[in-house]
Design a protein around this ligand. Structure first.
Ligand SMILES: Nc1ncnc2c1ncn2[C@@H]1O[C@H](COP(=O)(O)OP(=O)(O)OP(=O)(O)O)[C@@H](O)[C@H]1O
Length: 256
């Protein structure tokens, strides 16, 4: 099956189960996520998309009572066997549903991670901040106000600064959990364009409720239902010729 092929994959998930206490939220998930592609996770509310996304950089570790079995191998390393979770989260960055910038300047938000990594040289930091903001397609809008509060930006601009903040850590993979659901249509389109451009350099995994968005931005789509992956394939196939009736019902809006 496609979801078991490991060819040029950067993330390999095998038989992943996740429990919140007694309640099982993921059931035997197998998935090979390909490098420098956009993979969309779709499915009805509560089916486990966000839970799955958070397993990829061990964000669920922060929740009490979570138990995980199975393997997730990223770049040939089993991420649940490493003790260096900080390094993992550097390599696997995350952008959340609502922009979550710190109450500090735009510059300091983007420089925060590199500074934590020990980079102190002003010129080097300036370069990282500029490059990251350029990569996130927000440089021109903020270059004259880098020292002003990031919280003064619009929601869409803040989300692109969040993406710049993730990029500043030089990750391989960027996880996005419904990154446009709090944004207006124009800001949403800007982020979608940005995602399409970013896949030259990054592997992106995105949770979205918006079917058109999945169709527009992703190369592969995984359809989740009740904590399982029902179908995983090229996005075109998922939307035009799904193999499973449940996928067809979902993508044509018959349920969910
Ligand atoms: N911290 C938690 N503690 C206990 N149960 C949780 C927790 N987070 C999620 N769950 C449960 O796990 C299941 C999967 O939730 P999850 O948020 O992953 O789904 P989702 O597909 O991302 O949903 P949505 O699209 O609404 O965000 C749900 O039944 C949810 O109630």
């Amino acid at each position: 099956m496609e979801q078991l092929k490991e060819g040029k994959s950067i993330i390999n998930v095998r038989d992943l189960n996740l429990f919140y206490g007694e309640k099982q939220a993921l059931f035997g998930v197998d998935l090979a996520i390909h490098e420098k592609e956009v993979t969309a996770l779709i499915g009805p509310s509560g089916c486990g998309k966000s839970t799955f996304l958070r397993t990829l950089n061990r964000m669920n570790d922060l929740i009490d009572g979570v138990k995980i079995t199975g393997d997730i191998v990223i770049n040939h390393e089993d991420i649940y066997k490493t003790n260096d979770v900080i390094k993992l989260r550097t390599k696997v960055g995350m952008v959340f549903q609502k922009p979550n910038l710190f109450p500090m300047s735009i510059y300091d938000n983007v420089a925060y991670g590199p500074r934590m990594q020990g980079i102190k040289n002003k010129k080097e930091l300036n370069n990282i901040v500029e490059e990251s903001l350029r990569s996130a397609a927000i440089w021109d809008e903020v270059k004259d106000r880098l020292k002003t509060s990031a919280l003064g930006l619009s929601g869409g601009q803040q989300q692109r600064v969040c993406i710049a903040r993730a990029i500043a850590m030089k990750p391989d993979i960027i996880l996005m959990d419904e990154p446009t659901s709090a944004l207006d249509p124009i800001s949403t389109l800007k982020i979608e364009e940005l995602i399409t451009n970013m896949k030259e350099d990054y592997t992106i995994v995105i949770v979205t409720h918006n079917m058109q968005q999945a169709a527009r931005v992703s190369d592969k789509t995984a359809f989740f239902l009740n904590g399982e992956i029902v179908e995983y394939d090229d996005t075109d196939n998922i939307f035009s010729t799904p193999q499973d009736q449940r996928t067809e019902d979902y993508v044509t809006g018959r349920f969910g």
